[in-house]
Write a protein that binds this ligand. Structure first.
Ligand code: PAF
Length: 299
């Protein structure tokens, strides 16, 4: 971002009590002050291009914490595809304006890549086990190591009591809970419901890269998940999977990457439904070159 526009935005921010930090040390000093005053801290980690889904996470964080920190950082190590990283929307200026319109008190942490990674932009390797081998892990090599790396760093810098994540990235939510187990970081992970447009499309920063008409066509994803939910329990799951995959192949806008029905706790793909277990259905699909994901609880 151009330096003068940062000044302009900071000037606007002064109207409310938003504080913008771009350096670890300054943020850490602010956090220490809050901790010393026994204030609880809620963190909402984001990659920016903020939308109503993020606003709902912040509102939940506000309910459950004295002070809310939102991080805005497009994390390079979680992208397995450099063109996806290049095209990821970066809209810090608009993000700050949106936050300014919606919230009175908020701490925003938007560090540079160098501030976070120094000279070595690499991922730590984590043992997430089966959780990382399914779905996103299968199609996005190294993705969850990248997510684990940035969140471990952010949790260390911010030292939040709670961190808030949307269930749209349900697999990520389970991975983050596992991360806390592995790293023994003292953060409570809170999952929040998927935020949807009126037409059902799950809110995502990537939707910004689709026209209105393309977004409307992409509602096929949620409609399909709803259909899976209706039919779940009435027919064999493997046949249901086949039926959904065939439906996808017959429409010409979206290209299905995977449709999966899995155990909601372990993410192991279901072969036989057991009564006491919870299941979820998951979809990843391409709308042009924009990758969209969504999921639904089935029972
Ligand atoms: O869900 C996201 O936006 C990102 O994966 C996260 C959690 C902010 C880590 O970069």
């Amino acid at each position: 971002m151009q330096f003068p526009s940062i000044i302009l935005i900071l000037h606007q921010l002064k109207k409310s009590d938003l504080q913008l930090y771009q350096e670890n040390q300054l943020l850490q000093a602010a956090m220490l002050k809050l901790k010393n005053n026994s204030q609880s801290i809620g963190l909402v980690p984001t990659m920016g291009a903020l939308h109503e889904g993020h606003m709902s996470l912040i509102r939940e964080a506000e309910k459950q914490s004295d002070v809310v920190v939102i991080s805005i950082f497009v994390n390079p190590t979680q992208f397995n595809n450099s063109s996806d990283l290049d095209k990821y929307p970066r809209t810090l200026e608009e993000d700050l304006i949106l936050l300014n319109q919606n919230f009175k008190d908020l701490i925003i942490f938007s560090p540079t890549i160098k501030e976070v990674y120094g000279e070595s932009i690499t991922s730590e390797k984590f043992e997430f086990g089966n959780l990382a081998q399914q779905m996103e892990g299968r199609f996005r090599d190294g993705h969850f190591d990248g997510v684990g790396t940035i969140l471990k760093k952010l949790f260390n810098i911010v030292q939040p009591d709670k961190a808030f994540f949307g269930e749209k990235d349900y697999q990520q939510l389970l991975i983050v809970k596992k991360l806390i187990e592995i790293t023994h970081q003292n953060v409570e992970i809170i999952g929040c419901p998927i935020s949807r447009e009126n037409n059902g499309l799950a809110r995502s920063s990537r939707n910004k890269r689709l026209s209105e008409e393309e977004q409307e066509k992409s509602t096929f994803i949620f409609k399909t998940l709803q259909e899976a939910k209706e039919k779940f329990g009435t027919k064999n799951v493997l046949l249901l999977k086949q039926e959904i995959e065939e439906k996808f192949s017959k429409q010409d806008f979206l290209e299905l990457e995977y449709f999966e029905i899995s155990d909601a706790a372990t993410l192991v793909p279901v072969t036989k439904v057991e009564e006491h277990k919870k299941y979820r259905a998951f979809i990843a699909a391409y709308a042009n070159d924009v990758r969209l994901i969504d999921n639904i609880a089935l029972n």
